[in-house]
Design a protein around this ligand. Sequence first.
Ligand code: HAM
Length: 414
Amino acid sequence: MEFTTIKGFRDILPDEISYWQFLENEARKLFEVYGFKEIRTPILEKTELFKRSIGQETDIVSKEMYTFQDSKGRSLSLRPEATASVVRAYIQNRLYQKGGIQKLYSIGPMFRHERPQKGRFRQFHQINVEEFGDPGPITDAEQIIMIMELFNRIGLSDDLSLNINSLGCPRCRPSFREKLKSYLENKREELCSDCKRRSELNPLRVFDCKVESCKKTLQDAPIILDFLCEDCKEHFSSVQKLLNEFGIEFVVNPGLVRGLDYYTRTAFEVLTEELGAQNAIAGGGRYDGLVKLLGGPDHPAIGFAIGMERTIELLRKKRRIDERSPDLFIAALGEEARKIAFSNAIRLRKKGIWVEMEYEDKGLKAQMRRADKLNSKKVLIIGEEEIKKKNAILRDMRTGEQKEIDLNRIEVEI
Ligand code: HAM
């Protein structure tokens, strides 16, 4: 019997790991200069946490969660996203008592039982950013500037577009909701069965529908931007002004509602045309009411998540990120030379030099072939003659140059 991964889950193999590490490293470096610190939360949480924060009527909660009961009958779920968990951790660990702004990021797997397709998996990874404590538009703009800078640094900025919208606040959204609801009631016959249900329970979700007839029905629907209260309007216009000031291009898309219920005010998505139907590579926004909703203080918050699989797929299309290769391959000829090679390998690795060697008794040709395959930058040849002179031959594999060196001076020479 051969065991394989389950549907929608996959191995990330050594061949592609250089892309993953590159993306993670660039994100960490950038987030740190913006003052973000890493947080790691559990993958498993109480189901209720996700129901309360993401929303009962969202696709994520109503059909995509991996939920099961443990032996005590408690309902647990694999996290479908990170925001709910980070907010829980913020409240549970009283991070707000530290005062000021809390800036957190995390990287890890998420789980959604969606129909797998290109760019859509059941286990996928996100780079996730959350910031607590600042209600102002500068923070919104700053996060958007930061995420676009990350895409710029990794060389993807030409392939992406930024969509933004404002989803209003509890003061102005209800009137939009009512207006949308009555619009949808009149168009009920044109809606798919999912949207018929959504239009009653959570009408904003209709904007997420992928069914063509529903999309068409929405073309003349009321838009949230016409319903924003003065404060939300001003907030949104300040965000746009700042983005313009810093040369960030964007499109205001009033149909952008995000698939999670906790958002307020600014919402944004980074899209690409290169990946087919799964075109969102990142998304986020403000969620000023969530900390309080989950039992914490009334603290505003904003964040985003980058889909790593999609970003990496795009990276692989656009550029090559070379795998690391050994600094040195030691080709030893004969038992005695192998012993010397081995102790030198251990010594050099302590100094941070990547050394490979052959442990079996093989000829020079075979060893050179292996050094070549490993793409080693240099090869050190140690034979009987060389041992007598306490010397070795160092060959530069790029230029083909060779020279005799003192065995004690290897690290200086490379
Ligand atoms: P989201 O839009 O649900 O937001 O997910 C963010 C990104 O994760 C998407 O743009 C996409 O790139 C990636 N993604 C989502 N589902 C899948 C999947 N099945 N397979 C592959 N990639 C996927 C959130 O999760 C929010 N928690 C973001 C946020 C953080 N908002 C505030 N803070």
